[in-house]
Write a protein that binds this ligand. Structure first.
Ligand SMILES: [Zn+2]
Length: 390
């Protein structure tokens, strides 16, 4: 794992995020890092989800370093973003990723099962999966298969400028196609899902990826793998070039919108979940031709502290309101913003906002500034009314 210090502040350590240790009972963990080279490992922190590695010498701005380690992953039973449904394994967040250090220091937020805490920078991955030839391994990036030892296949997946790497492994059935704009879509399904459902989801994926590309900028990763299981306890879960989904066209359009909002345009998902969830839901409405007409008349705040822009720390304490406010009120606020500044200005805003943060990270303050720059209307009272702070 290689990294470069982009900051003027010397880098003396890095943190690995071992997110799936949330699914163990710390200190007994499903993700184990051992034999660290290139640095000195500390003790597990933040419920075993963070591991500090002290570097042998500080890296100054522009200097690069690298660490290595062995990794053991034990997938627990349970149809989850990290879990196992019979012989089907889902490995979201199983590979360690580097924590972010920014102007406010290290981000070592806890895992949240209500949503996401996954704040990472874009990076390049090369992952080699040596597996029985009878199973397939849908994964982030583009995969090339070569013969392995007897009865085995070696799949090499490469992905550039992505925030994470996820994969699945099992005897999935596959249907594939290419969108009119040239994005390869692979739809994998467990045995309890029929081919007509898979074909319907393939059709949705092709049209949704092209629709989102047309609005926000062309999908840059070439290929998306969709893994269907109707046993997930959530509607869907997004990873770069890889989504887990129920057979639901709305959920699939939403998860594919996350390729832009969270993936291409990154955000601190723990601090500002609305920056990816409200935007993904708004994008889904646009794809489905829904205008959110009159939606703000249904808004009813639970308290003066409740805001669209609250962090997952707040939503973990008020979990029954997370979806209603962040997704529902959040997308309605974006519909209202479009109604206030006009459809043309809103269309241009989302496109230029995506372009200016492409492979980077956005914040609520940066979105607000971009929106204000897109209109001559003073948005101060709009942000106040819609409880968009930051
Ligand atoms: Zn989402």
């Amino acid at each position: 794992m290689s990294f470069t210090n982009a900051s003027a502040t010397p880098l003396t350590e890095v943190y690995l995020r071992l997110w799936d240790n949330y699914h163990g009972s710390c200190p007994s963990t499903p993700i184990t890092v051992s034999n660290v080279t290139g640095g000195t490992a500390g003790s597990l922190e933040v419920g075993c989800t963070a591991l500090k590695v002290t570097l042998p010498s500080a890296l100054n701005q522009g200097q690069s370093g690298s660490i290595g380690f062995d990794l053991s992953i034990v997938v627990p039973s349970g149809i989850d973003r990290f879990g196992r449904d019979g012989s089907y394994n889902f490995l979201g967040n199983a590979l360690p990723v580097l924590a972010v250090r920014d102007g406010s220091g290290w981000h070592l937020d806890p895992y949240t099962n209500n949503g996401e805490s996954f704040y990472t920078l874009a990076g390049d991955f090369k992952v080699t999966l040596d597996h029985p030839s009878s199973i397939s391994v849908p994964a982030t990036g583009t995969s090339v298969d070569t013969p392995g030892s007897s009865g085995r296949t070696v799949t090499t997946a490469t992905a550039a400028k992505v925030r994470d790497f996820a994969w699945a492994a099992g005897p999935f059935s596959l249907v594939s196609g290419t969108s009119p704009n040239g994005v390869k879509i692979n739809v994998y399904r467990v045995s309890s899902i029929g081919s007509s459902s898979a074909n319907s989801m393939l059709s949705t994926a092709k049209s949704a990826v092209d629709a989102h590309s047309g609005r926000f900028g062309a999908f840059p990763y070439g290929e998306v793998d969709v893994v269907l299981d109707n046993g997930y306890w959530f509607g869907g879960m997004e990873y770069p070039g890889f989504v887990l989904d129920l057979v639901s066209s709305t959920a699939l359009a939403h998860e594919l919108a996350h390729q832009w909002w969270y993936g291409i345009v990154g955000d601190d998902e723990y601090t500002s979940p609305w920056l990816d969830e409200a935007f993904a839901d708004y994008s889904t409405d646009l794809y489905q031709g829904l205008s959110g007409s009159g939606c703000w008349s249904n808004v009813s705040w639970a308290s003066s502290a409740e805001k669209i822009t609250n962090s997952m720390a707040y939503w973990d304490a008020h979990s029954s309101r997370y979806s209603t406010v962040v997704y529902g009120y959040g997308k309605c606020a974006l519909h209202d913003l479009r109604r206030l500044i006009g459809t043309t200005a809103m269309t241009n805003l989302l496109r230029t906002y995506a372009q200016s943060h492409w492979y980077g990270v956005s914040t609520t303050a940066e979105f607000k500034a971009a929106a204000q720059a897109a209109t001559s209307t003073d948005l101060t009272s709009f942000w106040t009314q819609h409880r968009i702070d930051g």
